[in-house]
Ligand binder design. Structure first.
Ligand SMILES: Cc1cc2nc3c(=O)[nH]c(=O)nc-3n(C[C@H](O)[C@H](O)[C@H](O)COP(=O)(O)OP(=O)(O)OC[C@H]3O[C@@H](n4cnc5c(N)ncnc54)[C@H](O)[C@@H]3O)c2cc1C
Length: 455
């Protein structure tokens, strides 16, 4: 058992792990240092939004923090509003309230259970893992712990190639859409906005800015110009074919066969969503067994289509975006941004349209980059991740998917896997692929807690 533990990160993954560790009835007393990075507790990027337009993309009944208490979030929401159903897509802000309430309750009970918990609202500057412990450095202080867990979510977004430095300096090219939405104050409000990327982050941006700026028009660019698919109002059950599709995919670990098998399964199913959802628990195994060349092929050719069907929008969100399109305020363009230049007090965006047609040029008052979670350790400016990587304490995933790790979360270095240095959540993408959402994170938290208390 590890008696002294540090958790680095103040978001949902850390909150889940802390509750798993401290609320166990039979847990041994633990000394826990929790470095939250901010004053705000448990919400992180996803659930820190103050906008009621931003909805969970998972139904309420599947968003409990704990594997052992599956109705956790639903019960919390129904205490506030008895008409809430398990199939509803609720505001992420409400989920943030739930997370914070859970974790504050856990912390309040911790001393009675014999735990010593220090909450430190600072960024950790450096970590030095060794075989028998990890040194945690924050400012002038350094602490030695038995084990450390990185729960830092994904990395800060980086500007895309082709964006000139003057554009970045102008304040009219937004690299971090979540930070921008939290503080967006523009006077006068922009009239023409270009959004680069068309996933769930773009949906957040279009919903919020579409409502705040009723005169604004949006052009959204992406490789295929398609929005994510929508959830059905009534959920279909994940396909249970006794593992047939999973085994067939496993036996043929190449993209061509996978595409064929998926098409065949979907043709036989009442609803394609049930096939995608039925595969979700098997994805870590499939990903781990996939050769690197096929992983590359997946990222290059299949990822965009997979993300559209796997990360779906709530139906209300799809309807609002369809309304923006009907009103002529949202135009989707299939194409690739080539570069962005400043032109007077506006921005000019050059686009290579899909199909090899002549490049086009758009002007905008504001450009918002919405290209999804960044997990590329090789190019990050995140100070702690750079320190760990530069000092050889961790290894970057070669395809830009977080840090190299074992399936149980132990981080790898040149000499093997650390026995006492773990990650949870997005940094495990290269190992597990499916690792960023709450249903996966709470499983990881439970396994980590068991490992920490293991004799
Ligand atoms: C906009 C958005 C919406 C989402 N919606 C859903 C959803 O509806 N359902 C779902 O299941 N999943 C959703 N997700 C997935 C989401 O990633 C997870 O649900 C969850 O929020 C991840 O939490 P995390 O703790 O891993 O990361 P984060 O919430 O990003 O938290 C990371 C924390 O680490 C801290 N940190 C970073 N560096 C340091 C350091 N050096 N020292 C100390 N602290 C540090 C940060 O300050 C932050 O507090 C969404 C994600 C996003 C971005």
């Amino acid at each position: 058992m590890f008696r002294r533990v540090a958790i680095i990160g103040g978001g949902a993954a850390a909150a889940t792990l802390i509750s798993e560790l401290l609320d166990r009835p039979s847990a041994q007393p633990l000394h826990l240092d929790w470095y939250t990075g901010t004053q705000e507790m448990a919400r992180g990027v996803a659930y820190g939004t103050r906008s009621s337009r931003h909805l969970l993309n998972v139904r309420a009944a599947s968003m409990s923090l704990f594997t052992g208490k599956p109705r956790g979030f639903l019960d919390y929401a129904q205490r506030g509003d008895s008409s809430v159903a398990g199939t509803d897509f609720l505001p992420r802000r409400l989920y943030g309230d739930y997370l914070e309430a859970e974790v504050r309750g856990t912390l309040a009970r911790a001393a009675d259970r014999g735990h010593d918990v220090q909450v430190k609202p600072f960024d950790v500057d450096a970590l030095v893992p060794e075989k028998d412990g990890v040194t945690v450095i924050q400012g002038d202080e350094s602490q030695r712990v038995d084990a450390a867990i990185l729960a830092i979510g994904s990395l800060p977004p980086q500007p895309l190639g082709g964006v000139e430095p003057t554009v970045l300096d102008s304040g009219k090219y937004i690299v971090d859409p979540w930070r921008f939405l939290a503080t967006a104050q523009f006077d006068p409000a922009p009239r023409e906005v270009v959004v680069i990327g068309l996933g769930l982050t773009a949906a957040d941006v279009l919903l919020e800015l579409g409502a705040q700026w009723p005169q604004a028009h949006f052009i959204a660019l992406s490789r295929h110009g398609k929005l994510p698919e929508a959830h059905m109002l009534d959920p279909s059950m994940p396909l249970d074919d006794g593992g047939e599709l999973f085994e067939a995919l496993r036996d043929a670990p190449d993209m061509r066969s996978w595409m064929r098998l998926m098409r065949e399964s979907i043709a036989d199913a009442d609803d394609w969503r049930s096939v995608v959802d039925g595969l979700r628990p098997h994805l870590p195994t499939l990903w781990q067994e996939l050769p690197t060349t096929e992983r590359e092929r997946f990222l290059r050719h299949v990822r965009w289509a997979w993300e559209r069907v796997r990360h779906r929008m709530p139906p209300q969100v799809a309807e609002t975006l369809a309304g923006l399109e009907r009103d002529g305020r949202l135009l989707r363009r299939p194409g690739r941004m080539q570069h962005v230049r400043a032109e007077g007090d506006r921005l000019r965006v050059s686009v290579a349209p899909r199909g090899g047609r002549q490049p086009e040029s758009l002007t905008a008052d504001l450009v918002v980059q919405t290209v999804g979670l960044n997990t590329d350790v090789r190019r990050t400016k995140h100070a702690l991740v750079r320190q760990l990587s530069t000092n050889g304490h961790v290894l970057a995933d070669p395809l830009g998917l977080g840090l190299q790790a074992e399936p149980d979360g132990r981080l790898r270095y040149e000499g093997g896997a650390w026995p006492n240095f773990f990650a949870i959540g997005s940094m495990l993408r290269g190992t597990l692929w499916e690792t960023t959402a709450i249903p996966e994170i709470r499983q990881q938290a439970r396994s980590l807690a068991e490992r920490i208390f293991a004799p």
